[in-house]
Design a protein around this ligand. Structure first.
Ligand code: CTP
Length: 403
């Protein structure tokens, strides 16, 4: 899956011959799963029609502050468009537009969007070779660089003038790949290894029966997916769960019992930077597992249980550089009990779920958590989809550890 998947891309098209390539660029972005809106200058319309770009992007194309053709002329709000964007890509970017961008000129909708955008801005210059090398163009590049805008270098080749040199807009495919790589390089968990446990464990009674719990694994899988999308290399150790996750950065190991989860967690803990143990591990297991199915008999039946090993506590004991995160599901004295667990298990952070909260818990799609640091500072969050909770947890860890 591309990092551009689900991203809102505002494509700014300016008036150069390379504008015809904007059609291919829209298709590249769409192929990678992005949603695209196009804002173009009047001059760009000479080279590619708004109809082409709106058909390919499946969105209205914007070029002026109002829809003049429309009787009920509507205001095209540049601020809304700019804030909608996760990325603003100006391609092709002419010398004229680059100069205006660097000087804060705002005499068309595209430039007003540029000035309003808070997202990363990429630009792919396209112009003749002498214009590309002119000191004033170089000044524009330098200024835009100082604003944090990212240049996608022009290519060398035959130019519209017939001259040969540097100034051709990078090819649409190369632009999309450049942006993907740039985003990947800057992901906050890039190069970090994360160990995550998820789901329940099943403790066998006999070949067909077990002791288990209702954990669905949704929370752990959501954390794994979010961590991977932030650039981490994830090892997800899951107990029996219907959840699936197919991501290049995630290795999913399926285990059944607490003992298997313990072994797998210890195998990967040494090399991880962060360990997040969200699994609902069984605290007890049958002392003996019957080799054959137990037949029913008259009267009562008793199963003798013994404690499973506490995986989280065992990792807390051997922890060195790792940031160790535990979960706590409490029904009373939530904060006090969670704080005791932080100390007892030597944690850096605990994620507290209270069963008293509506929308929190096992089989739901939402959760309500309070994050508590090792210094006992508590950060309560509202009820949210588990995907959003996963991001809250990871952002907190990133702030604590890497910012
Ligand atoms: N945990 C674990 N191994 C176990 C039991 C729990 O790794 N055998 C981890 C869970 O993954 C979770 C945290 O410990 O991160 C949850 O602890 P919890 O079950 O709430 O508390 P316990 O320490 O088991 O204490 P109690 O059941 O008495 O609340």
């Amino acid at each position: 899956m591309s990092v551009l998947s689900g991203k809102h891309i505002l494509l700014g098209v300016t008036g150069g011959i390379a504008a015809y390539k904007a059609a291919f660029l829209v298709r590249e972005f769409i192929k990678k799963g992005a949603e695209v809106k196009v804002v173009m200058t009047e001059a760009a319309k000479e080279f590619v029609t708004p109809l082409t770009l709106s058909t390919l992007s499946k969105n209205q194309v914007y070029s002026s502050f109002t829809n003049e053709e429309d009787d009920n002329a509507q205001w095209n709000n540049h601020v809304d468009l700019a804030l909608w964007a996760d990325l603003f890509v100006v391609a092709p970017a002419t010398a004229n537009t680059l100069s205006k961008m660097s000087n804060g000129t705002s005499d068309n909708l595209l430039l007003a969007c540029y000035l309003s955008a808070k997202c990363p801005v990429y630009y792919a210059p396209a112009m003749d070779l002498d214009m590309y090398q002119h000191p004033s163009t170089i000044k524009s590049f330098e200024k835009l660089d100082s604003f944090g805008n990212i240049k996608i270098e022009a290519a060398y080749g035959e130019l519209a003038s017939g001259l040969i040199g540097k100034g051709r807009m990078a090819e649409p495919e190369a632009i999309a790949i450049f942006i993907e790589n740039d985003i990947l390089e800057k992901l906050p968990l890039k190069g970090k290894r994360i160990l995550i446990t998820a789901g329940p464990t099943y403790e066998a009674i006999d070949p067909v029966r077990f002791i288990g719990n209702h954990s669905s694994g949704k929370m752990g899988f959501a954390i794994a997916k979010a961590a991977a999308s932030l650039g981490a290399q994830v090892t997800l150790i899951s107990g029996p769960s219907h959840q699936k996750l197919d991501h290049n950065n995630v290795e999913v190991l399926r285990v059944t019992s607490a003992a298997e989860m313990y072994q797998a967690s210890h195998r990967f803990f040494d090399s991880c930077d962060i360990a997040i143990l969200s699994a609902a591990v069984a605290d007890y297991r049958p002392v003996t597992v019957a080799a054959q199915k137990i037949k029913k008999k008259d009267g009562e039946m008793t199963i003798k249980l013994e404690k499973t090993l506490d995986i989280l506590a065992s990792l807390g004991k051997i922890k060195e550089h790792q940031f160790l995160v535990g979960f706590a599901l409490e029904t009373e004295n939530e904060l006090e009990n969670a704080k005791i667990k932080i100390k007892k298990k030597n944690l850096d952070l605990i994620v507290l779920n209270s069963l008293n909260d509506k929308g929190a818990g096992f089989a739901t799609d939402t959760n309500k958590v309070t994050l508590i640091d090792a210094d006992n500072k508590a950060y309560p969050f509202s009820v949210k989809p588990k995907e959003d909770v996963a991001h809250d947890i990871l952002e907190h860890i990133i702030k604590k550890r890497y910012v």
